[in-house]
Design a protein around this ligand. Structure first.
Ligand code: TPP
Ligand code: SF4
Ligand code: MG
Length: 319
């Protein structure tokens, strides 16, 4: 090695990451926006898991929520509206070694991104998908989104949204091969953190809907639940999201729910009417098939073998 004696080579130093190692640009969200608490829960999670920043990727679409990758000092991809999931699936296909997080909004995921949402859930590639649901288009200044409750004012429906909202939990649970569906809320950092942590440790795609406050456009939206925590149903099960004492102290409406029971998960999702919401793990199937494991098969191939395989395929068409 260029004349260096082998025993002079410095040992690689163990690395220890602190919160500052993950903090990127200063967030530009409104004061009181729920996105701040998801960001700080996420930063604590990656710090506690000691994820290498250069091996961690945040992928987002477009929206207030989708600005999150700028605020993490990791790799990031702030993509096109509705398209974070195809980008994330591409990343996962080629890089099984990266820690992959997706940030999307109710507009980004449930409106323009619906097709990608359905197929990404079915492909079940390992990633954490956080859907920030403020039930409005925030970035474009208050248009009705698919999760806006019927009758609520927006700039596109000044006399109130005309249709019943779409239920993102029911939709996700209905998609073939769904492997992990959970719900949390931004104003309980302990439950939020535990949910993201469980999602991170799930082997496939973990879909987490975060009920999120948008004080700028929907100051009253979550206030009923905040004033009266009995409107929040805490799902309890030894294999669900662990609920710390501090969480149980706040949310006293506890409901037993087995996350392995898909029919019960559907029934639980339907209890979400925007006024009363269940939080915790609705469904988990760690054995759901994973497309990334299938598509990773060729990754170890040498360049020569790949070239030979392509040549063999092309040779079949020689005249
Ligand atoms: C192809 C395309 N269509 C429309 C837009 C305009 N647009 C930007 S963000 C957005 C909605 C964002 O809402 P949501 O995903 O709920 O995110 P939030 O801002 O509420 O966090 C829309 C319609 C766009 N940027 N690109
Ligand atoms: S408009 Fe709403 S969602 Fe967007 S940053 Fe402000 S409070 Fe947050
Ligand atoms: Mg939104």
């Amino acid at each position: 090695m260029y004349g260096l004696k082998q025993d002079w080579l410095p040992e690689p130093q163990p690395r220890f990451f602190v919160l500052e190692d993950y903090q990127g640009a200063v967030p530009r969200w409104c004061p009181g926006c729920g996105d701040h608490s998801v960001l700080s829960a996420l930063q604590r999670l990656v710090r506690d898991e000691q994820l290498e920043p250069e091996k961690t990727v945040m992928v987002s679409g477009i929206g207030c929520s989708s600005r999150l990758p700028h605020y993490m000092k990791t790799y990031g991809f702030h993509g096109l509206h509705g398209r974070p999931l195809p980008v994330a699936c591409g990343v996962r296909s080629r890089r099984p070694d990266l820690n992959l997080f997706v940030v999307t909004g109710d507009g980004d995921c449930c409106a323009i991104g619906t097709g990608h949402w359905i197929h990404a859930i079915r492909y079940n590639m390992k990633m954490v998908v956080m859907m920030f649901d403020n039930s409005i288009y925030g970035l474009t200044k208050m248009q009705t989104s698919p999760t806006t409750p019927k009758g609520e004012y927006s700039h596109t429906h000044p006399e109130g949204a005309l249709l019943q909202p779409l239920n993102p939990l029911s939709v996700t649970l209905s998609i073939t091969n769904a492997g992990f569906v959970a719900q949390t809320l931004d104003w309980n950092p302990v439950h939020l953190y535990s949910t993201l942590r469980a999602a991170f440790h799930h082997p496939g795609l973990a879909f987490v809907r975060v009920v999120q406050r948008c004080p700028h456009f929907k100051a009253e939206a979550c206030s009923v639940m905040q004033r009266d925590p009995s409107k929040v149903l805490l799902m309890d099960h030894p294999e669900g999201i662990p609920a710390e004492d501090s969480v149980r102290k706040v949310f006293k409406s506890v409901v037993e729910h087995d996350p392995h029971d898909l029919a019960a998960a559907h029934a639980m999702a339907l209890r979400d009417d925007g006024q009363t919401i269940p939080i915790g793990l609705l469904y988990r199937n760690p054995d759901a098939e994973r497309y990334d494991l299938m598509s990773a098969k060729g990754l170890g191939m040498s360049g020569e073998r790949k070239l030979a395989a392509v040549q063999a395929a092309v040779d079949q068409f020689q005249i």
